[in-house]
Design a protein around this ligand. Structure first.
Ligand SMILES: NC(=O)c1ccc[n+]([C@@H]2O[C@H](COP(=O)([O-])OP(=O)(O)OC[C@H]3O[C@@H](n4cnc5c(N)ncnc54)[C@H](O)[C@@H]3O)[C@@H](O)[C@H]2O)c1
Length: 340
């Protein structure tokens, strides 16, 4: 296969990053794009010279010159386009959270198995060299098997206006749930979680979320996600991790990546790791993830770095975290999760 022919569904903030990153790969060609907003669609088509523009996902999926469909629409609406893409013989990447409902995650996995096509979850942090280095260190004597994990993720307050549309566990913490499952290498047995509002007491989603996870092998994880970085602080990403293993500790913190801009608007510490630009090309772990996905498709190989099974379990864990926040009780994943 010369180039992987890509169709992108959803051209919001993150879909535009997919478009930019795919367009800068030598191994991919964006053939068609889709968004329900005609203005966004036209703008993106012009900016990237793409002629095949669709407002309806079915019309894009129906094309027979697409190898991979990228599903970057709203968090709770990934099931239908992902399953339709697989059924029509295309590979699919589904952005995180792959869905907000465990039964839908399992349905996607079944659709992939039935179609024989590859299904990739958009868990891009596995392609961040720092998180990947920790995974390697956990598999050697450098840090050894994990005993305790702490992971923090914080984003600027203004983003909550948009992202309160889903529970914080699905927008932010799902990244750390996936990392924790990857690092522990086994399933979560139980969770106890706490959500708190800070400025938006009427919102369904908590601005601060804590979750304690106990894995089946006894490994512990404490995850902390929040939408509380002050906008004026100028820090796009304020994340941290510490993993204690049997022979060492791995850790890093991101709020001072070294690069800062100072001007009349204040100070800005921009993201340079997830998706950034370098001489007109995209760089960062999104690009690394998409490169990997194109390589898997080109070689006809199932992915080993990312796992849809782990993503399904991640949604189960997230669902249990929502239930625990509501009930105030520990929730076991060894029995069906009840939402009170
Ligand atoms: N991996 C990451 O780090 C990361 C970062 C940001 C967002 N995301 C994920 O990407 C997804 C999209 O997030 P976003 O920030 O771009 O949201 P957004 O609201 O900015 O964009 C969603 C876009 O999808 C379009 N859309 C929705 N339903 C559609 C449909 N049926 N057909 C066509 N277009 C449709 C909307 O018009 C909108 O342009 C979410 O799942 C989000 O969690 C991932």
């Amino acid at each position: 296969m010369d180039k992987v022919r890509v169709g992108i569904l959803g051209l919001g903030r993150w879909g535009m990053c997919h478009l930019e990153a795919f367009s800068s790969l030598g191994t991919a060609e964006v053939v068609a794009i889709c968004d329900s907003s005609p203005e966004r669609l036209e703008q993106a088509g012009k900016a990237y010279g793409i002629a095949n523009l669709y407002q309806n996902a079915d019309d894009l999926i129906r094309r027979d010159d697409i190898d991979l469909v990228s599903v970057v629409t709203f968090e709770s609406q990934h099931l239908e386009p992902a399953v339709k893409a697989l059924k029509s013989g295309k590979h699919a990447i589904v952005e995180k959270p792959v869905t907000t409902r465990p039964n839908e995650a399992r349905a996607m996995q079944e659709a992939a198995a039935a179609s024989g096509k590859l299904l990739f979850p958009g868990h891009l942090l596995r392609f961040d060299p720092r998180y990947a280095a920790i995974k390697e260190a956990l598999q050697s004597d450098r840090v050894g098997a994990p005993v305790s994990m702490y992971m923090k993720r914080s984003r600027e307050q203004f983003l909550f206006q948009t992202f309160q549309r889903v529970h914080t566990v699905f927008e932010l913490m799902i990244h750390d749930i996936d990392l924790a499952i990857w690092y522990a290498g086994c399933r979560v047995r139980s969770v106890k979680a706490y959500g708190r509002s800070v400025r938006h007491s009427g919102a369904a989603a908590p601005e601060v979320l804590w979750a304690n996870l106990e894995f089946e092998d006894g490994t512990l994880a404490v995850l902390n996600s929040s939408w509380t970085t002050p906008d004026q602080a100028g820090v796009e990403i304020a994340d941290a991790i510490e993993v204690i293993g049997r022979s060492g500790t791995a850790r890093f913190e991101t709020s001072d990546g070294g690069l800062q801009f100072w001007n009349d608007a204040g100070r800005l510490t921009p993201d340079t790791d997830i998706h950034a630009r370098l001489h007109g090309q995209s760089v960062g772990c999104l690009r690394e993830q998409l490169t990997y996905i194109c390589r898997c498709i080109g070689r006809g190989e199932a992915p080993t770095v990312i796992s849809f099974s782990d993503a399904v379990h991640g949604v189960e864990v997230a669902d249990a975290i929502v239930a625990s926040c509501k009930s105030g009780r520990e929730v076991s994943l060894e029995e069906p999760v009840v939402h009170e």
